[in-house]
Design a protein around this ligand. Sequence first.
Ligand code: COS
Length: 386
Amino acid sequence: MNYDIPEELQAMVDTVKRFVKQDLMPISQQVEDEDHIPEEVIQTMRELGLFGLSIPAQYGGLEVGTLGECLVYEAMSTVNACFRSIIGTNNGIGSQGIILDGTEEQRERYLPKLASGEWIGVFALTEPEAGSDAANIQTTAERKGDHWVLNGRKHFITNGPSADLATVFAVTDKEKRARGGITAFLVEKDFEGYAVGTIERKMGMRGSHTSELIFEDCKVPVENVVGGEANIGQGFKTAMKTLDKGRLTMGASTVGSAQALLDLSLEYAQQRVQFGKPISEFQSIQNMLAEMATNIYAGRQMLYHAAWLRDTKAKPVVKEAAMVKLFCTNMANRVADMAVQIFGGMGYMKEFPVERFYRDLRLTRIYEGTDEIQRLVIARNLLKGN
Ligand code: COS
């Protein structure tokens, strides 16, 4: 094991940390209040190359590797998870299908636009009847001449309202479903029959927008099957492989937010005086601080280890990614709960960011696979001897 961070990557992470401090921190509350990230901030993200962190350099990305991506997400999530979310789909679920299984022509056509942030890429798998049971999607694709015709409705699509390109999963063989009957398509927003549906109202993650995507006789050229003709029916595997990395990097985001909550709690506990002394002098508060720090340390170590495993290709990380997602998201939710407890009544008020972190973190135990799905993936892999 060696998680030494190469000099070039460390310089990049330091730049991101400066950007977080100088540009993101000051507007975090404004973004929360207005539910909108200012365009000039998104432009700076483009200039820093953040939309293409994980995209291979030959297609215009920074290709920082899994550990690099994790370090950047960790830094960005110390302030407000919506900032990670805006770049998250281009680096993750919105581009991975093309990187892993796309044809060379598809990579050349789409990845540079996603890497530069000119286009927003999204992942359209989830449907009302297919959340955890992803293989139960009802969206269909029928071949008609040189096009596929898609019909169906996706929901809970992160960055859906601003999507330029969606990797859409549809049934091409009802009998085979997950085993040869689901196909992935690259659907541009200008294709006939594509529409953004309801923009969802959420508990948190303000500044990050989620919506339905609707396909009504949506015409998709045959060359937009992910991986081409040979990959018809292989979409479920593309989706699962895509989610593996997303689950790992989700861990990074939660480690960053948990660290921010510990830092805020340490500061507050030393300032807040009750019974004539700072509450940090009470053992009950110290116990919580110690618990938070220990949990963060454990989460960070498993995150870096799994990222290192993925980068060195020492072994597939399906099980480890699920473990990282399960542990880190739950860990951060526990940390958020303790932070609210340390802040007391103030932890419930909107004046302090702990209230926002508490709400935003709740989602991390659900999206990109619930706790229950992570446990299922871990157990199935254990039973297979992986
Ligand atoms: N990598 C590659 N292939 C995979 C895979 C992975 N990580 N996971 C599954 N597959 C393959 C299986 O090997 C199987 O193919 P073979 O029969 O050829 O071996 C096929 O895909 C079907 O897999 P499985 O039998 O496990 O399918 P299930 O219907 O039981 O579903 C779960 C598996 C539950 C794990 C899947 O539906 C899932 O991840 N659900 C959650 C979806 C999710 O995370 N949604 C979040 C929203 S998207 S942001």
